[in-house]
Structures are given as C-alpha cells and as structure tokens.
Write a protein that binds this ligand. Structure first.
Ligand SMILES: CC(C)(COP(=O)(O)OP(=O)(O)OC[C@H]1O[C@@H](n2cnc3c(N)ncnc32)[C@H](O)[C@@H]1OP(=O)(O)O)[C@@H](O)C(=O)NCCC(=O)NCCS
Length: 183
C-alpha cells in the first residue's frame, strides 16, 4: 500500500480510478507526451491499463501518484515502476525500478518535479529499502536530464530507443548525497 507523500505546497497521493480522466488529459498534452509516450496520444483503454498495472504494483509500494494541491488540483503525475519491456533487455536497466514524472506544462520550472522526485528517492530508500533507481531518457529531453541530475542520478550508459538515442542513469539511494536533495 502506497502512502501519501508530502512535498512543499502539495502532495503525492496514490491514484484512484477517479483520476483516470485527469491523467489522460495530462498525458495527451503535446509537451508531455512528446518523450514520455513516444508522442503517442494515449486512449482511454491505455490509461485503464496503466492504472491496472499501478494497482497490481501497489502491494510492492510501487505504482502511480497524483501530484496535487488544494489550489490547483492536479499538478502532475509521479510514479515508481518496475522496468518493463523492451528496456528490461538492457543489462543496466534489468530488474530495476524507474521513476515516472510528468508536470502540467503551465507549471514547469517551479521545482515541482524536482521536489516530487527527491521525495520518491527518499521513499524508495526509507520505505522500500531499494539500493538504487534507474532511468532511461530520450537524448533530446533536456528537462528530464536536468531533473535527474538535480536529484543525484548519474549517467551510466546509452542505448538505442524507438525514436531517439537513450541516455541511461542510475541513482544509488544510500549515502551522503541523499541529504543534499532532501525535499
Ligand atoms: C521533466 C519535467 C517533469 C520537469 O518538470 P518541472 O516541474 O518543470 O521540473 P523542475 O521545475 O523541478 O526543474 C527540474 C530541472 O529541469 C530544468 N527544466 C525544467 N524545464 C526545463 C525545460 N523546458 N528545458 C530545460 N530544462 C528544464 C530545471 O531548470 C531544473 O534544472 P536545474 O535544477 O538544473 O535548474 C517536465 O518537463 C515534464 O513534465 N516533461 C514531460 C514529461 C517527461 O518527459 N517526463 C520524463 C521525466 S523522467
């Protein structure tokens, strides 16, 4: 069962079925879907499938959270998900847990993703006792690279993705760097 995770001025709340429409609207926005969804416009069944996977991962403390506050409602979507196909085939990614973050483009640049990811790193260490998180990001996704680097992820490889080259990252989640990104 996933907890509610507080960040400054907002919280990460585990998704419920009632959040499907808001998530679909967010993930369909061109600036959000460009790299996160390989620019694919997700369908209702795609979204239901994502929520079903999140529900199945809940027992391991993984899955999706809404990033929200009272003032604006949905600010974005955050998640921790087991690496699936085809990235699972890469040695650097196999068996790993990967963060997912999408923030409403109207709210970009305010630190919402940085705080959310930092909070997920803390949660992954303190509650899930994971040794590391991994990530694979499309080479042109500049905001994601900055975000991952700001949260202590370091490059550890490259691979060929569907549309772009992928840069691979790893974030060991114990040790002194953790204090530097405390939310
Ligand atoms: C990646 C994303 C989640 C960042 O959200 P955000 O709330 O704007 O990020 P923050 O304000 O916390 O900023 C995090 C870092 O990204 C940088 N950044 C934010 N928007 C940027 C942009 N458009 N271009 C370049 N860098 C950007 C910030 O400057 C910051 O880096 P810094 O700490 O070195 O200054 C957001 O751009 C997004 O939703 N993108 C679409 C979904 C996606 O591709 N997700 C993959 C995430 S792994």
């Amino acid at each position: 069962m996933k907890p509610v995770i507080k960040i400054q001025g907002a919280c990460l709340r585990p998704v419920t079925d009632e959040d499907e429409a808001a998530c679909l609207a967010l993930l369909r926005k061109p600036d959000v879907r460009r790299y996160l969804c390989d620019d694919r416009v997700l369908s209702g069944p795609d979204m239901r499938n994502m929520f079903a996977q999140s529900a199945a991962q809940d027992r391991d403390g993984l899955g999706l959270w809404m990033i929200e506050n009272r003032e604006c409602g949905c600010l974005g979507l955050a998640g921790l998900t087991p690496v699936g196909e085809p990235l699972h085939n890469l040695a650097a990614m196999r068996g790993g847990v990967e963060p997912v973050i999408a923030v409403d483009p109207a709210l970009w640049g305010r630190g919402i993703a940085r705080q959310s990811l930092a909070a997920l790193v803390h949660y992954a260490e303190l509650e899930l006792h994971l040794g590391a998180l991994v990530a694979a990001v499309d080479a042109p996704n500049a905001a994601s690279h900055r975000l991952l680097e700001a949260c202590g992820f370091r490059r550890n490889g490259e691979a060929r993705g569907k549309a772009y080259d992928l840069l691979l990252y790893k974030r060991p989640i114990s040790g002194p760097r953790l204090a530097q990104i405390a939310p």
